[in-house]
Design a protein around this ligand. Structure first.
Ligand code: NAD
Length: 476
């Protein structure tokens, strides 16, 4: 199977940018262009300050950019010239109309499909890279067939992306699997083989899995639902551990030794975040509901219910531990990104925790090594940040004052004069802090609320801290 000459990816975000950079790196003979309607995003991809932070991404982009990797806003020209068109646009949860708060908003997808139809001629392979509801390929085919001219033929493939933010480059370098779904026709099979040949430039053949279109589309939603379900399961057990004196880390370790269960993704925490887990489960729930599968919908809905409960429980625990009031108390927030090694704050549990504390009158001093102040303020609904985070404006919280928030440039500054600190992201640098020094600069008694069970709680207690860990036995 001969390799395609030109690939274009519509959408230069957390998925489009890194995946295309890795294709360019591993397929020097293919010209790869990532296009986007956002000029600031494309300018950032073409600069030394990339729009997203991922370990190792800078090196890959700088090695290929200008050789066989390009970033452009000229969507039409690049799409017209491409053999394979990946579509990696955002598919957020709908905010209004039928299915609001549940269904995926496919506005960006449809607009990308109409754009493809408008400028395409000859034969092209269209690849769903975005996470989409099952049967989206059918809708895309209808849009392409009814809007394009008669000289355009195509196959639509589903190739969902399983990378995790923070480890995107290593995930893409050695994926557990690459999944390609296509139609059972001659042309469909050839299209699948063509895309597989691209990945097989660096992914072992046995890791490239082929399926029918609908299985591939559903697999992505199912994979995220199962991962999030595991976290919610451990979080539900963490509440039970605190009530009984059991230790969730000991429980997780022991159950993970069962090879049928495995040891990954068994940590309890303040809750999961990120742009995908909640969105994809809500979408799954919506699909089940619309198919009349009420019990199935209810089953998956509980994963979200538990996640919300965990965030609220954490805030309540902080307030009750600090003598039932945080009014006018300074609290240091260490970490705002939804996980370490990313600057992404979409759906981060820090938003709900910070809002909960602010609503109760606390003054927050927030530090995150990779999240800039304007983004933090925007997520807390206080500032104006004109990036592509429209959902950040959706639920303005009344009564929170901008002055109640300070954003510091070090963990030590955030901790200084605070009554308590909350670890909300598991950044390595928080493990390495000198907690003897941190203790000295805090108001006494000094509280630590470890929302990631990152620290050595016994060592902290010896220094003098009052410590709360998720699912850990409480201080005597
Ligand atoms: P993102 O918001 O970071 O990027 C999407 C980009 O698409 C934006 O820059 C936007 O300007 C651009 N865009 C929208 N419509 C366009 C159009 N018509 N033409 C050109 N550009 C357009 O989103 P993301 O995090 O990269 O996610 C993309 C998709 O991949 C989503 O469906 C998401 O669910 C899925 N996904 C995300 C992750 C993740 O970790 N972020 C992982 C796997 C899958």
């Amino acid at each position: 199977m001969s390799l395609p000459g030109k690939i274009v990816c519509i959408g230069a975000g957390y998925v489009g940018g890194p995946t295309m950079a890795m294709i360019a790196k591993n397929c020097p003979m293919i010209q790869v262009t990532v296009v986007d309607i956002s000029q600031p995003r494309i300018d950032a991809w073409n600069s030394d300050d990339l729009p997203i932070y991922e370990p190792g991404l800078d090196e890959v982009v700088k090695a290929c950019r200008g050789k066989n990797l390009f970033f452009s806003t000229d969507v039409d020209t690049c799409v017209a010239e491409a053999d394979i068109i990946f579509v990696s646009v955002n598919t957020p949860t709908k905010t209004k109309g039928i299915g609001a708060g549940m269904a995926a908003d496919l506005t960006y997808w449809e607009s990308a499909a109409r754009g493809i139809a408008r400028v395409s001629k000859g034969y092209k392979i269209i690849v769903e890279k975005s996470t989409v509801p099952v049967k989206t390929a059918e809708a895309v085919e209808k849009v392409l067939t009814s809007c394009a001219d008669s000289f355009f033929t195509f196959d639509v493939l589903s190739n969902p992306e399983f990378l995790a933010e923070g480890t995107a480059i290593s995930d893409l370098a050695k994926p557990d699997r690459v999944l390609i779904g296509g139609k059972e026709s001659d042309s469909g099979r050839k299209a699948v083989a063509c895309l597989a040949s691209v990945y097989q430039q660096w992914v072992p053949k046995e890791n490239v899995v082929c399926s029918n279109l609908w299985s591939a589309e559903l697999t992505k939603l199912a994979a995220n639902a199962v991962l999030a379900q595991r976290i919610s399961s451990m979080n539900s057990l963490s509440a039970l551990c605190e009530a009984t004196g059991a230790d969730v880390q000991q429980v997780g370790y022991a159950i993970g030794m069962d090879t049928r269960i495995g040891s990954k993704f068994l940590n309890a925490s303040v809750g999961f975040g990120g742009s995908c887990f909640q969105k994809d489960i809500l979408n799954l729930v919506y699909i089940c509901d619309s198919m009349g599968l009420k019990e199935v919908a209810e089953y998956w809905r509980q994963v979200i219910v538990m996640n919300d409960y965990q965030k609220t429980r954490f805030v309540h625990r902080m307030i009750s531990t600090m003598f039932n009031t945080v009014s006018n108390k300074k609290i240091g927030i260490l970490g705002f990104a939804f996980k370490k090694d990313t600057g992404d704050t979409r759906e981060t549990p820090a938003i709900d925790v910070c809002r909960g504390l602010l609503t109760d009158g606390a003054k927050l001093d927030i530090y995150d090594p990779k999240v800039k102040e304007d983004l933090i303020r925007s997520e807390l609904q206080l500032g104006k940040f004109e990036w592509d985070h429209p959902q950040a404006y959706a639920n303005r919280v009344a009564g929170i004052k901008d002055e109640s928030i300070n954003v510091s440039s070090s963990a030590m500054d955030a901790a200084r004069d605070s009554h308590g600190i909350a670890i909300l992201t598991e950044w390595d640098e928080f493990k390495a802090l000198d907690y003897e020094e941190v203790f000295k600069v805090m108001v006494k008694p000094a509280f630590i609320f470890d929302g990631r069970n990152l620290l050595d709680h016994n060592a902290l207690r010896k220094i003098g801290f009052v410590v709360y860990g998720i699912g850990k036995p409480l201080d005597p």
